[in-house]
Design a protein around this ligand. Structure first.
Ligand code: NAP
Length: 297
C-alpha cells in the first residue's frame, strides 16, 4: 500500500486565503482591521524567523500586525506591563508571546496575564478549561490544525480508535480533547507507556507529537491507519555538514502501511500559522460583536 500524502501546505494555503477574504469583510463591517500582536523577547534566531513569518502571514491575510521586540534581559514587570497594554488596546484582537522566554521570566505567569479573549494561542488555563468542558474558547493552533487535516480526510471520526503519542499542554493534551469531542476512542501515550508499538497498532488514527526523529515505525501501524506527524526534528543529512527535517514517524516505511500520512515538512507545520490567523479572525469578530458562522473557517 502506498499511503495518500495529506498535503498540509495546500490545505493551509486555502485556509489562509479564506481567512484573508473574511478579514477583508470584517474590515468593511468593523471599520478597522483585525489585529495580531506578537511579542518577541531576546534574539533567538529560530524565534526571530517564526515571528517574521507570522508578521508577513498576518499582513497577507488583510490583518494588522503589531510586533514588539524586547531585550533578552527585560524584567518580568516590563513584559507584564506590555501584555496589559495590549490587553487594553482595541486595535489588538490576538496576543501571542513567542516561547520559549529567557530563564528569568515565568512563562506561566506571562501566559496567565494575557486576556483569555485575546489568547489566540489557546495556552491560557481558562481556554484549556473551556476546551476540557466543551465551551467555546481558543484551541492551540497545532492540534486544531491536525484536527482540520483529519476531518478533511476522514469526515466523521465517531468510534475510531485514536492514539496520541505525547501529552504536552500545547499539543498532546488538547489534541486528545479534540479527538474525544469528535467521539473518537482516545488513548494518550507518553514516555512511561508500556509496549507503545502494541498501543499504536490498535489505532485507526495516530497523532505523533514526541520530538524523537522517526521513532514510530511501519510495523507499529495498523494497515490503512491515518497518521498525523507533528514532530519537527533536525537530523544530519547525507550531504556533509548539512541537516534535514524529519518527523516523529519513519515516513518512508510508514507510507507502505498507512492509508494516509502527513509529510515533514509540508504537513502539520504550515497549518499552525494558518490556524493562528483563523483564531485571530474569530477573536476579532467576538471582540467587535460581529457574528461569524461557526463553520465559516
Ligand atoms: P514536549 O513538550 O517535549 O512533549 C513530548 C511528549 O512526548 C511528552 O509527553 C513525552 O512524555 C513524550 N515522549 C518522549 N519520549 C517518548 C517516548 N520514547 N515514547 C513515548 N512518548 C515519549 O513536546 P511538544 O511541545 O508536545 O512537541 C512535540 C513535537 O512536536 C516536537 O518535535 C516539536 O518540535 C513538534 N511541534 C511541532 C509543531 C508544528 O507546528 N508542527 C508545533 C509544536 C510542536 P512524558 O510526558 O512522559 O515526558
Amino acid at each position: 500500500m502506498t499511503a495518500e500524502q495529506i498535503d498540509g501546505k495546500a490545505f493551509a494555503l486555502t485556509l489562509r486565503e479564506k481567512v484573508g477574504t473574511i478579514a477583508a469583510e470584517f474590515e468593511r463591517k468593523a471599520g478597522r482591521k483585525a489585529g495580531l500582536a506578537v511579542v518577541l523577547v531576546g534574539d533567538d534566531p529560530a524565534s526571530q524567523v517564526y515571528v517574521r513569518s507570522k508578521g508577513k502571514a498576518t499582513l497577507a491575510a488583510n490583518m494588522a500586525s503589531f510586533e514588539h521586540r524586547l531585550p533578552d534581559d527585560v524584567s518580568g514587570g516590563a513584559l507584564l506591563a506590555l501584555v496589559e497594554q495590549l490587553n487594553q488596546d482595541p486595535a489588538v484582537d490576538g496576543i501571542l508571546v513567542q516561547l520559549p522566554l529567557p530563564a528569568q521570566l515565568d512563562e506561566q505567569q506571562v501566559i496567565s496575564a494575557i486576556s483569555p479573549d485575546k489568547d489566540v494561542d489557546g495556552f491560557h488555563v481558562i481556554n484549556a478549561g473551556r476546551l476540557a468542558v466543551g465551551q467555546d474558547g481558543f484551541v492551540p493552533c497545532t492540534p486544531l490544525g491536525c484536527m482540520m487535516l483529519l476531518t478533511s480526510r476522514l469526515g466523521d471520526l465517531s468510534g475510531l480508535e485514536a492514539v496520541v503519542i505525547g501529552r504536552s499542554n500545547i499539543v498532546g493534551k488538547p489534541m486528545a480533547q479534540l479527538l474525544l469531542d469528535a467521539n473518537a476512542t482516545v488513548t494518550i501515550a507518553h514516555s512511561r507507556t508500556k509496549d507503545l508499538p502494541a498501543v499504536v497498532r490498535r489505532a485507526d488514527v495516530v497523532v505523533a507529537a514526541v520530538g524523537r526523529a522517526e521513532m514510530v515505525k511501519a510495523d507499529w501501524l495498523k494497515p490503512g491507519a491515518t497518521v498525523i506527524d507533528v514532530g519537527i526534528n533536525r537530523v544530519p543529512s547525507n550531504e556533509a555538514g548539512k541537516t534535514r527535517l524529519v518527523g516523529d514517524v519513519d515516513f518512508a516505511g510508514a507510507s507502505d502501511v498507512a492509508g494516509a500520512i502527513t509529510p515533514v515538512p509540508g504537513g502539520v507545520g504550515p497549518m499552525t500559522i494558518a490556524v493562528l490567523l483563523r483564531n485571530t479572525l474569530v477573536a476579532a469578530h467576538r471582540n467587535a460583536g460581529i457574528d461569524l458562522a461557526k463553520d465559516a473557517v
